[in-house]
Each structure stands twice: as C-alpha cells, then as structure tokens.
Design a protein around this ligand. Structure first.
Ligand code: GLU
Length: 499
C-alpha cells in the first residue's frame, strides 16, 4: 500500500504548537476511580498552572459495554469537580475527533506507515498458534517470538490473497537497550530483548490501547502525559514507537497507585469507593478533590505545611516536582477531617442548601424549619449522611428510656427532672414570644429562681424535647425549632413518664 504523504502532512499541520497541552484519557468504565480522579486533577492542574490547554479524550477501543452512559459519568464528574476542558468530544477542537472509536481509520494508516518503514509487520499467526508454539519452545506465552517478522514478501502476499486475518505488531529491536525518562521515576533503562512485539492493530482493525495512545498523544499535540504507574512498563515500547515515527516524546508523569492499605491498590471490585460512592456517602466534592490532590503530591516551600487548598490555590501551587514516587494510602478518617473542615467553612446558606435534602430524609414535617436545623448541624457534622439520624427526633419523639433524665454532671435525677419540667412548662406556656432569646432568658431566670445550675434545668428540658441523649443543639434551640405546642406536648409527656 502506498503511503499517502499528503494525509500525514495535513495531520501534522493541525497540531497546535508552543503551549502546554495535557489530556485526561479515561476509558469509559461507568464510574470514576479515586486514582482516575487524581490523574484528571493533576492533568488539569498542569495545564491550568501553565495557562495551557486541557483536553478530554475518550479511550473506548477496548470496550464491549455500553459506552454512552459510561461517558456521561465522566462528563458529569468533571463538571462537578470544576475540571473544565478546552477540547473534547462534546465541544470539538482543532485535533478531533476526541473519541477513539471515531478515529478508527486513522490508526490503521499510521500502522501501515510503520510497516512501510520497517518498524511493524503483519502477523498471521492466530492467537492460539503463536501461544502454543511459544509454550512448546519454552517461551513465555505472553511474549510472541516474532516469526511473522521474518516472512518474505511472497509469503505475506500469499497470506493476504488467501484472506488470512492478521494483526499488526510492533517490530522491537532484538538487541540494545531503551531508556526513557519519567518526571517522577527518573531514567529507566530496559534491555530490548525483554520487550515483546506488541500488537498495534487487532484483527478487527481496531488499535490496541498502547498504539492508539501514542498516535493520539502525538496528533493532539500533548506535551505532558500523566497516567498511572501501571503503564510504566510499556513506556519503552512507546518511546520506540515515537522514535520510529520520528516524533517528539512527550514529558511522562507516571503516578504511583492509590492504595487501600500497605499492600493493596484501591479497587472498586474489592469494595473500595469510587468518586460517586464517596459523594453518595456524604462527602463534598470540594473536600474529596482537596484530599485527592494530596494523595501523592505535596506542596513545597512556604506552602509545605498547608493542607486546605481551593481549586484556584491548587492551580497556583501545583508543581510536577511535588508528585511523589511512593504510593499514597487512601485514609477515610483523613477524608472525614477534610470534609468536616469544608462543611464548616461553607457560608451558612450554602451549608443549609447541601444539608436540607439529608435533613428532609428524616424530618418530613414541613412546619419544621430545615434551615434552622442546618444552623445547628454545621459545626457538628463530618459527613452529610450522618444528618438524618442526628435530627430524626424533630419529626417525632422517639420512645426513650426514663433513665436519660439521670445525669450526674448536670446534677439531675428523675425526681429533680420532674420538678424542673413542672416548673418549666408554665413558664414556657406563658412566654409572649416564641423565639431563641425569650426562651433562653426565661429558662435562665427560672434556674436562678429555683436556685439550681442552668444545666440542672436544661438537661431535663432537652431530654423531654428530644428523647435523645445526644442532640445537635441544646434545649433552647430544639424547643424553638419544635414550636411552642409541640414543645409543651413533649414536656408534658416527659412529666408523665417521670410519674
Ligand atoms: N485509557 C487509559 C485509562 O483509563 C488512560 C491511560 C493514559 O492516560 O494514558 O487507564
């Protein structure tokens, strides 16, 4: 097949030059791993920090599953996280299409070019033939022995004429060494004879990940390739491909895996949470992003002690040199800390907005003011999913143990509690205005009049109003939110329980 030079020239001419260009290149799996999110974030940060371009590319050549829904998860996550892209399937750009399955024809042309140049060859061995003979020869079944690279032109033509299916394999030099440089891992050198003649184009005409990735990164003008360290071992083969084409090798930034513990990578299959799981578990996107940024990256200099970073601050501070080689352990307790910090830092109305759906999971009574409950919760919650259980008593008084009225520190027991409730009920009944300050002042005055500690009065009032030992907010706030009628009903109920 004659090489179509004009086509290749035109493809080259499209490549934007002179600016940092990075890409996030997820395979649509239907969810976003924490490790993937981190790759997306670092890739985005490198582009934004440098005032460059961030590209979204969908790598769907290996997918048997329904890609469309899975792609939506990617768009949704990126948008929620504020990781906006400048080029991608949904908005186009100078080097599209941005979905690999739509670039299908292109890879074949580039593979043919390599065949023409002698850096690749057609392999007609069925998968099984090659594997069987390799086993017979004592060669690893994973490493193809390269026999089709030695076919004569006539043999190749005869196979083609007979319509034999074939794959295209990379022709790796048998001798010498290949070195590649990675920002995180430094220089890595391997003996070429350890590398296999990997398949570039499968018998169905679709490229393998390893080939499509190199072709696309070049044609999209990618300057920095950020990805998981599981691809490190393939990097020498990528370099040989770049060299075969005569293309410039991008800067590689491989990131160590995110671990569940000292020995195991996080994995969705083993029950570790994806990004969506974390959000469903009540974590804020901002907190997740901040925590994920620090899983394998640390700021330097003046900022080395800082933990809380907004996305804008990360853009400012992010520096590839701060990416660490050692694997990071994902620690939910640490994420709880970040989440609590972010929840507390929200403006009250923003906290109320995110908390309200969780409050309404248990507080169905519309006359109860969810915003007022939110105000009690903001300083007292680490995760949004804790909320329904914390505030359920607003909706209905639970059955509770009368022993709750006994509390040493507040100097109350059942008899004292009975006396306190008896005194409090008429005072609250007579209050002209039902609001925090009047309720507070009336109860404090009453405690003074009864010559008891404030807590001795507040404890039984709170227990009677909430029916729970631990509540967000004290007696005054709870009574205020419940309203006068409901408060009095509950206090009278407490009195009857106390006999
Ligand atoms: N599609 C690959 C993945 O989702 C991307 C690897 C890369 O960024 O090069 O793991």
């Amino acid at each position: 097949m004659a090489v179509d030079k004009a086509f290749f020239d035109e493809m080259e001419a499209r490549i934007p030059k002179g600016k940092v260009r990075t890409r996030f290149a997820p395979s649509p799996t239907g969810y976003m791993h924490v490790g993937n999110l981190r790759t997306a974030l670092y890739t985005w940060l490198i582009a934004r920090h440098a005032g460059g371009t961030f590209i979204l590319r969908i790598e769907d050549t290996d997918q048997g599953r329904l890609v469309e829904d899975a792609t939506d998860v990617i768009y949704k996550t990126m948008a929620e996280c504020g990781l906006n892209h400048d080029e991608g399937p949904d908005m186009g750009g100078p080097v599209g299409p941005y979905i690999q399955s739509e670039r299908r024809d292109l890879y074949g042309k580039y593979a043919e070019l390599l065949v023409e140049k002698g850096f690749a060859y057609r392999c007609f061995c069925g998968k099984d033939d090659a594997a069987e003979e390799n086993v017979a020869e004592g060669v690893s079944i994973h490493k193809y022995d390269g026999r089709c690279s030695r076919l004569s032109q006539e043999e190749i033509q005869a196979n083609l004429d007979a319509g034999k299916p074939f794959v295209i394999r990379q022709k790796i030099p048998r001798e010498g060494k290949t070195t590649f440089h990675d920002v995180t891992f430094g220089d890595i050198t391997v003996d070429n004879d350890t590398l296999d003649d990997q398949v570039l184009i499968k018998s169905d005409g679709l490229p393998t990940y390893n080939f499509a990735n190199v072709v696309d990164d070049h044609l999209m003008g990618i300057t920095h390739v950020v990805r998981g360290s599981e691809y490190l071992s393939s990097a020498p083969k990528y370099n040989l491909l770049y060299e075969a084409f005569g293309w410039e090798i991008p800067t590689y930034v491989h990131c160590s895996p995110v671990m569940r513990d000292a020995h195991n990578k996080m994995s969705k299959r083993h029950g570790d949470p994806s990004y969506e799981d974390l959000i469903a578990q009540g974590y804020l996107t901002t907190a997740v992003l901040n925590y994920v940024a620090l899983l394998g990256w640390a700021p330097k200099g003046d900022l080395s002690e800082q933990e809380i970073f907004s996305l804008d601050q990360l853009v400012e501070a992010f520096d590839i040199a701060g990416i660490s080689k050692s694997p990071a352990i994902f620690d939910l307790a640490k994420l709880d800390y970040f989440n609590a910090t972010y929840l507390r830092a929200l403006a009250p109305e923003d906290f109320s907005r995110v908390a309200e759906p969780y409050i309404r999971q248990s507080v169905k009574n519309p006359s109860i003011d969810a915003a007022a409950i939110a105000a009690l919760l903001q300083a007292r919650c680490e995760k949004l999913t804790e909320i329904p259980e914390k505030v359920d008593f607003f909706d209905g008084l639970p059955d509770y143990d009368v022993e709750f009225y006994v509390n040493k520190k507040s100097k109350t027991d059942k008899d004292i509690s009975k006396a306190m409730l008896s005194a409090a009920i008429p005072v609250l009944e007579a209050l002209p205005v039902w609001d925090t300050d009047p309720i507070h002042d009336a109860l404090i005055d009453l405690a003074a009049k009864l010559e008891v500690k404030n807590a001795t009065l507040m404890w039984p009032v709170r227990i009677a109003a909430a029916g729970k030992l631990v509540t967000p907010g004290g007696a005054v706030e709870i009574c205020r939110i419940l309203g006068r009628d409901e408060t009095l009903r509950r206090l009278n109920h407490g009195l009857s329980l106390l006999g």
